[in-house]
Design a protein around this ligand. Structure first.
Ligand SMILES: [Zn+2]
Length: 273
């Protein structure tokens, strides 16, 4: 079995990431509506501060991945996340699917969204997660041109790795995530996209989700992998679910020999030599 060597004889590692999508996608595909804005704005306005308090209480630093349009709507919140010691990552301007855009359209979005975040927090984003659609070699090349050193869009492994592009290793780390440790499949509960009258997708019981996440963490710890927690304030950010996050962190902290760290530290470790 593949082995990954962690620093200081840690057996496994854990990082926390939050995609603050706001209502960028609804804005992009459906135009602005009051209903969408109230649901979308709940996330950065109400949910993010609650998440920040949980992270503070546990002494954790996380990465918040934010479409630049959402950052423009909530600049004070973005600055607060940064000032409380967390990383801000890029996620397009309006949560675009880059594979549907021309090369120049995509380049313009990377340039614009990187600059908006840099102007806001004084440093350009270095971490990226593709907002929608498949990740392409073209996107990876543009990320490298723009100074990014981390992509977290793939679901291919339990271990981080250095990215290979056209057969050559490049100065970028791949931090793989999993739908299993994403809150969306359990908690989104939005409309199902199918013909006929709208129906809600099922919503999971918090205790069941905690069980899935703890079991996945235990398994990843056993094989010495990287547990990447990827959640969305719009889904995890309700009170009953934030308790799941809190209990999960307690469970992880009670496990010996886990490097409870953040994306930046793992990227530096992968790219260290
Ligand atoms: Zn997203």
């Amino acid at each position: 079995m593949e082995k990954f060597k962690w620093p200081n004889k840690y057996k496994s590692a854990v990082i926390f990431t939050f995609d603050v999508d706001g209502c960028a996608e609804q804005q992009l595909y459906e135009g602005n509506t009051l209903g969408h804005n109230s649901a979308g704005d709940y996330r950065p306005k109400i949910a993010v501060p609650r998440i920040l308090n949980i992270l503070d209480r546990h002494g954790l630093k996380a990465t918040f991945i934010i479409p630049a349009w959402v950052a423009q709507r909530f600049p004070q919140r973005v600055k607060e996340i940064h000032n409380r010691g967390h990383e801000i990552g890029a996620h397009g301007y309006l949560h675009e699917n880059f594979s549907t855009l021309s090369e120049s359209e995509e380049r313009e979005i990377h340039n614009k969204s990187g600059k908006i975040i840099a102007d806001m927090i004084g440093t350009p984003p270095k971490a990226f997660r593709t907002p929608g659609g498949p990740l392409t070699t073209r996107t990876m090349k543009m990320l490298l041109e723009n100074g990014y050193d981390c992509d977290s869009s793939s679901v291919k492994n339990y271990f981080p790795s250095r990215v290979k592009l056209e057969g050559k290793e490049v100065d970028m780390a791949e931090i793989p995530f999993s739908w299993l440790t994403d809150d969306f499949p359990y908690f989104w509960g939005g409309y199902e996209d199918k013909p006929g009258p709208p129906s809600f997708m099922p919503i999971s019981a918090p205790k069941d989700v905690l069980e899935y996440w703890m079991a996945e963490f235990d398994g990843i710890h056993e094989i010495g992998g990287l547990f990447v927690y990827l959640n969305h304030p719009r889904a995890i950010g309700r009170i009953s679910r934030l308790r799941v996050l809190d209990k999960l962190i307690h469970h992880i902290k009670a496990t010996p020999s886990v490097w409870i760290t953040n994306l930046r530290e793992v990227v530096n470790w992968v790219l260290r030599e």
